[in-house]
Design a protein around this ligand. Structure first.
Ligand code: GRF
Length: 220
């Protein structure tokens, strides 16, 4: 029988993506377990979700450390103690150090609420709405030493509609985040992801050779 994937989850906020991962695990769609949930923020809503679902959780507060490296070192040691197979960042609002990335090579994922490489960084739902793009979306990628630059695993596209604000567009994107993050983790747990340079090859994967989205739609 396949071994259960041991996830270490890092989040700073409300944790709706973590909730979606928990839901996929609890409904048997994802063969994994969140063995430790870490936050840098004592008030983070995600901690209550951990509590409700009996997931071990811990705050590692950056204010208690003299620099980023020391904070990251503390995070790394808890993740190692818990023997995590995969580190999942979901709204974790700190940039992790190169030492952190090197401690879990090819084993850290992040979700970003835009279609990378467009709109890296923060407040990107607002930036996409302001820019006037016709589509935005979300991206799950492996984490490398850059910010939002790692090899892309899966993306979902959503239309930007007239009158969209950062909030309305963000809500449309978030719905899709909740679908694609568990799927990326599932592919990883099944050993089906191979990082080849900038590309992630997915083993045994069907593709739709001719999909196309046009916004606004063409007449007829
Ligand atoms: C999501 O939009 C995610 O893409 C971004 O931060 C947000 C976290 O939301 N990195 P939540 O805490 O999972 O609800």
């Amino acid at each position: 029988m396949r071994k259960t994937l041991r996830i270490g989850a890092l989040a700073s906020g409300g944790g709706s993506n973590i909730q979606s991962i928990i839901d996929h695990i609890e409904s048997g769609k994802l063969h994994a377990r969140i063995v430790i949930l870490l936050s840098d923020h004592p008030e983070a809503g995600v901690l209550r979700r951990g509590e409700r679902h009996g997931i071990p959780h811990q705050v590692i507060n950056p204010d208690d450390f003299k620099n980023r490296q020391d904070h990251d070192r503390a995070m790394i040691s808890v993740l190692k103690e818990n023997e995590v197979d995969l580190v999942v960042l979901a709204g974790y609002m700190r940039v992790i150090s190169p030492g952190f990335v090197a401690s879990f090579p090819g084993r850290i994922m992040n979700i970003h609420p835009a279609l990378l490489p467009s709109f890296p960084g923060l407040h990107v739902q607002q930036k996409a709405a302001d820019y006037g793009v016709r589509f935005s979306g979300c991206t799950v990628h492996f984490v490398d030493e850059g910010t939002d630059t790692g090899p892309i695993i899966i993306q979902a596209v959503v239309p930007v509609l007239p009158g969209d604000t950062g909030e309305t567009l963000g809500a449309r994107i978030l719905k899709q985040e909740h679908r694609i993050y568990p799927e990326a983790i599932r592919l990883f747990s099944e050993g089906r992801l191979r990082i080849e340079g900038r590309h992630v090859r997915i083993l045994d994967h069907a593709v739709d050779a001719d999909p196309c989205l046009i916004n606004p739609i063409l007449p007829g």
